[in-house]
Write a protein that binds this ligand. Structure first.
Ligand code: F6P
Length: 425
């Protein structure tokens, strides 16, 4: 019976809980045992070593849970008949509301069952926690992570995160045989364990509000963040209209302009700054003011400018919302305010598509893990023209890095065409 663990890593995004739910449920239906790793890669490195003594006995009796669970003794079908019963530990964690509750203190790799993830698709953020782990970037950290996985008998992991998190997953997998050999030499695992865990299966799902991953049309959480920005624009619109003001909105996205661009189109912005396509003119200030002046002359009472947090001019000098405000105030005499939307874009309930997409992708992720062989690459689950896809993870990461490099090289046409192969000047 394959043991699959799922973790979320990097910045949280709406839909991550739906990923966990979908993977847990699909894996159970395929007869697998399911685990979550709390706090991303950090939890993988911490493992369950501090466990038992600090945990109330009612919740730490892992073996007891296993033996009484319908999954432990029966097959997937018998489990399906017992869907009412939680098989895992999250529901029994003592706090009753959050998987990071006190009885799981010191335990990061946790057995979960059907009921543990019930209703998770409507929750924002990630209930199993996330982190940007520094220690997992070190070889020693990955060695300990491997040892923790093997101790729990886990054969496969599904990682939901951005490009950095998925790169980490692929490095881990490539290194796995070396890690296992070293653990066996050090006596941290038995030769039998080394043999049983000769290969690690890994699959990536892209959870990021930035929609910055190549080879997939959408990342999980991006539609919700976009929706949030549109709502903010609508709210700002009415006050801007009332006072006939200008507003400069700074939105997230790191090196990617997707959120800014699509929010600008969906919300009717007057001017948009994105990293991939800086203004053409030597003086973007003139270009922007000319455009906004024209809009005002044809009767617009309000002005909305959207600045992606990674925006810059064509010489790569950052374009900051505060500076844009000063330009609008001084050159056009507009009463201007800045609104930085910040983390309101990232948190909160997922929109419908950020429930649907992770649900479908979770099913595909489990299939990919079950079908993986030592010779197949690690896959990233994507979506292209509304179809769920499987693409080699490293190809997607490489292409994503190429975009960032093209921006750094000021090759903006290349950046645009890598983001969108249909892009034409
Ligand atoms: O990658 C997601 C993201 O929200 C980016 O848009 C933003 O630049 C960054 O994370 C913010 O990170 P933090 O929450 O660590 O400040």
């Amino acid at each position: 019976k394959m043991r699959i663990a799922v973790l979320t890593s990097g910045g949280d995004s709406a839909g991550m809980n739906a990923v966990v739910r979908s993977i847990v449920k699909s894996a159970i239906l395929k007869g697998c045992e399911t685990y979550v790793v709390r706090e991303g890669y950090e939890g993988l490195v911490r493992g369950n070593s501090e466990a038992v003594s600090s945990v109330p006995t009612s919740s730490n009796a892992k073996e007891h849970h296993r033996s009484e669970s319908p999954l432990a003794s029966g097959d997937a079908d018998s489990f399906v008949h017992n869907l009412r019963f939680g098989d895992g530990e999250l529901l029994r964690d003592g706090t009753g509301d959050h998987p990071g509750g006190r009885s799981l203190k010191g335990r990061y790799i946790v057995r979960v069952g059907w009921d543990d993830v019930r209703g998770w698709f409507s929750q924002g953020g990630t209930l199993i926690g996330t982190a940007r782990s520094v220690v997992f970037r070190t070889y020693e950290g990955r060695l300990t992570a491997a040892s923790n996985l093997i101790k729990e008998g886990i054969d496969a992991i599904a990682v939901c995160g951005g490009d950095g998190s998925l790169t980490g997953a692929d490095v881990f997998r490539a290194e796995w045989p070396k890690l296992v050999a070293e653990l066996a030499t050090q006596g941290r695992i038995t030769p039998e364990q080394a043999k049983a865990h000769a290969h690690l299966r890994i699959v990536g799902l892209v959870g990021s509000i930035d929609n910055d991953m190549s080879m997939t049309d959408l990342t999980i959480g991006a539609p919700t963040a976009l929706h949030r920005i549109c709502e903010a624009i609508d709210n700002i619109d009415s006050t801007a209209f009332s006072h006939s003001r200008a507003f400069v909105l700074e939105v997230m996205g790191r090196h990617c302009g997707w959120l800014a661009l699509l929010a600008g189109v969906s919300g009717g912005a007057d001017f948009i700054f994105i990293p991939e396509r800086p203004p053409e003119a030597d003086s973007w200030e003139d270009e922007m003011c000319k455009m906004i002046q024209r809009h005002r002359e044809i009767g617009k009472r309000k002005t909305i400018v959207i600045v992606a947090e990674g925006a810059h001019d064509k010489h790569l000098n950052p374009i900051r919302a505060e500076y844009v405000k000063d330009v609008l105030t001084e050159r056009l005499g507009l009463d201007t305010r800045v609104t930085t939307l910040g983390h309101t874009q990232r948190g909160g309930r997922p929109c419908a598509y950020d429930r649907l997409l992770p649900t479908l992708q979770g099913v595909e992720a489990v299939e990919a893990l079950l079908e993986a062989t030592p010779d197949t690459p690690s896959y990233m689950i994507g979506v292209a023209e509304n179809k769920i896809t499987r693409v080699p993870l490293m190809d997607a990461v490489r292409m994503t890095n190429e975009v960032t490099q093209a921006i750094k090289d000021k090759d903006f046409d290349k950046a645009m065409s890598l983001r969108d192969p249909e892009f034409r000047e």
